[in-house]
Design a protein around this ligand. Structure first.
Ligand code: URA
Length: 244
């Protein structure tokens, strides 16, 4: 728990007592007690060690599951729309599931790698706001040939021909191309629709496989096999928010 404490509604939401709206209803109806005293203050700060009860049943403290790290496998959509099944939410372990859980940004169905899920809108805002310039690194396998001036065009902020808008300056690195295709890394600090695929296309090649292996300073944790997710540690949270 942070030194400034955790608001009561968040404490309850991340321990599976309901969605944000649901736990606020509980608090509003005086069904929640802190150290034996009923409270109707959603934002009451808990500093750790308080006894929190809902309808007289103690809510156990546990690991903070507000932010989850996931190694997304190919084939799952980052969507809540039932028409898009199979969804990434199908692999959330029951103990970590929550009605407010959502992905911070999206990866395409075929894209693999690091994605963050959270119940905290402030975390989503910080990780996805282009003004925050959170860098993300993609490993790209492509077919065709990248233009000779690809590195410079990406660094200058290239225009996507299909919508005419200018991307933020980005980093194209480790380009290794032979006849008919190759590999590279592309680091972006924004997240437009199909951005990597569209940039690579504009540079003369076509993405065949895409894998995200870093957000901020956080590399995809080695203990996360494809399809696995777990709560982020405090150190991992700090690395997510810090740029490489
Ligand atoms: N850019 C893409 O084209 N696809 C992704 O999944 C992520 C970034």
């Amino acid at each position: 728990m942070s030194p400034t404490g955790e608001p009561l509604d968040r404490f309850l939401a991340r321990r599976g007592q309901g969605s944000w709206a649901g736990v606020r209803q509980l608090i509003h109806r005086s069904r929640v007690q802190v150290d034996g005293v009923a409270t109707r203050r959603y934002h009451q700060r808990l500093l750790g060690g308080e006894r929190v009860e809902v309808d007289g049943v103690v809510v156990a403290d546990g690991p903070d599951t507000t932010v989850l790290l996931c190694h997304k496998p190919a084939g799952l959509a980052c969507s809540r729309d039932p028409d898009d099944i199979p969804l990434i939410y199908s692999i959330v372990p029951a103990a970590l599931d929550h009605p407010d859980l959502h992905t911070c940004g999206r990866l395409d169905r075929s894209t693999t790698g690091l994605i963050v899920l959270t119940i905290d809108g402030a975390v989503t805002q910080r990780l996805t706001d282009p003004a925050g310039k959170r860098w993300k690194r993609y490993r790209v396998v492509f077919a065709g040939r990248l233009a000779d001036d690809a590195v410079e065009r990406v660094a200058a902020g290239m225009v996507l021909p299909d919508d005419g808008t200018c991307c933020r300056p980005a980093r194209l690195r480790e380009v290794d191309q032979q006849e008919g295709g190759g590999r590279c890394t592309l680091e972006l600090c924004e997240g437009r629709y199909h951005q990597v695929k569209r940039m690579i296309l504009a540079l003369g090649a076509r993405v065949e496989a895409l894998h995200r292996d870093r957000i901020g300073s956080l590399e995809l944790p080695a203990d996360l096999a494809p399809g696995q997710m777990r709560a982020a540690s405090a150190a991992e949270l700090a690395a997510l928010e810090r740029d490489a």
